[in-house]
Write a protein that binds this ligand. Structure first.
Ligand code: FES
Length: 107
């Protein structure tokens, strides 16, 4: 087994959970293994339902994150279904994060 990393998950309502993920599993899988529910859809990096935002640390996407525009990837957004921790991480999670990626025509 490769290294395990501490992954702190933070929701915008202030809730936090800490899980541990190996370098071979996605953050989403690590959270599920720990009994922590996160939003997801396709689990292949296409739909962006699982979007998180890196606060601290490094992940690597296991495949190109097709559901993320380049500008958002550069802005620190990640797809947790294909994101594997490379260091200890702190990540903002929850369905609110995905709404950052959606243009609201009423604003
Ligand atoms: S669940 Fe669809 S991109 Fe992660």
């Amino acid at each position: 087994m490769r290294d395990r990393h501490r992954i702190e998950l933070r929701w915008r309502d202030g809730r936090t959970e800490t899980v541990h993920g190996t370098e071979d599993e996605s953050v989403l899988d690590a959270a599920e293994r720990a009994g922590v529910g996160l939003p997801f859809g396709c689990r292949t990096g296409a739909c962006a339902t699982c979007t998180g935002r890196m606060i601290e640390g490094e992940i690597e996407h296991a495949r190109p994150p097709r559901g993320l525009k380049r500008e958002f990837e550069q802005g620190g957004y990640v797809l947790l279904c294909i994101a594997r921790a490379r260091t200890d991480c702190r990540i903002e999670v929850g369905s609110d994060v995905q709404t950052d990626l959606v243009t609201n025509p009423w604003k």
